[in-house]
Design a protein around this ligand. Structure first.
Ligand code: AMP
Length: 276
């Protein structure tokens, strides 16, 4: 496995590397969800293609400095995880090598990124689109794998690729969960034992609410079930169209019940599909 710490080094390593080249963009602090993305990338690349994992805690997608500072960065352990997963190349740049101090170009998606996490995290998806496009250009990858857990991110990236004619195939991998249903997240390690024990209520609330076909009832049920905990504070809880991500009040097409919940200053997201 090769390690590149700058964009130039990555380009050099990947020059003439076997294709297809499949990229897994991450911020590190790996759990089984990330490993499933690496496995998906290997399936796509085949035994002879190249699997590239980027590990970069992208400062421009964080709206809260405290969240950026607290984000875990266990690089040595992450490299071992990549090696065990058969990754060919890890790209782990630092912020100074990714961004010029006077950088002035940003990629902005203006529809799908406005609600949900975009509403409460200003600038987040600009930061995501900008870094993902840079990672695509630096790696010259043919395909990239993203988790469905971050379904808004997946939709925004797909829109960016469509609208800007980016020649990268976007693949989605299902959400990997803990045994108690909590969606795996690098932020879960920052929960106190009490918060961790309480957090599966998010998934339980969404799954049960998604069975209720009346949108107002579903939202009210999920809100009650989450707010029954004194530890949980809802950031948003919304029912949106699965394609447009716009809020809906009638379920005529596939929809998504999505939430972000704070436990202390740790913000967790999850969603459930709602079918008409
Ligand atoms: P991050 O955790 O922000 O570094 O995410 C890197 C990639 O892993 C993104 O495409 C996420 O959607 C994906 N991911 C994060 N958590 C999970 C999970 N529990 N299951 C599947 N994919 C995940």
């Amino acid at each position: 496995m090769k390690l590149a710490e700058t964009g130039e080094a990555l380009r050099e390593i990947l020059k003439g590397a076997p294709r297809p080249c499949v990229l897994v963009p991450t911020m590190g602090a790996f759990h089984a969800g990330h490993v499933s993305l690496m496995e998906r990338a290997r399936e796509m690349a085949g035994p002879h293609g190249s699997v590239v994992v980027s590990i970069f805690v992208n400062p421009i997608q964080f709206d809260r400095a405290a969240d950026l500072d607290a984000y875990p960065r266990p690089l040595t352990r992450d490299l071992a995880t990549c090696r065990a997963a058969g990754v060919d190349v890890v790209f782990a740049p630092d912020a100074a090598s990714m961004y010029f101090p006077d950088r002035s170009v940003t990629v902005t998606e203006t529809m799908l990124s406005r609600g949900l996490c975009g509403a409460t995290r200003p600038g987040h998806f600009d930061g995501v689109c900008t870094v993902v496009l840079k990672l695509f250009l630096l790696s010259g990858c043919d395909a990239a794998v993203f988790g469905e857990k971050d379904f808004q991110q997946l939709a925004v990236i797909r829109r960016m690729v469509r609208d800007l004619d980016v020649p990268v195939e976007i693949m989605a991998a299902p959400t990997v969960r803990e045994a108690d249903g909590l969606a795996m997240s690098s932020r879960n390690t920052r929960l106190t034992p009490e918060q961790r024990a309480d957090a599966p209520r998010i998934r339980q609330a969404l799954s049960a609410a998604a069975e209720l076909k009346n949108p107002a009832e579903a939202l009210a049920f999920a809100r009650r079930a989450i707010e029954a905990s004194p530890l949980a504070r809802i950031d948003y809880l919304t029912l949106v169209d699965a394609v447009t991500l716009q809020p809906i009040s009638e379920i005529l097409r596939p929809a998504i019940l999505a939430t972000a919940v704070f436990y202390g200053d740790v913000r967790l997201i999850d969603h459930a599909a709602v079918t008409p």
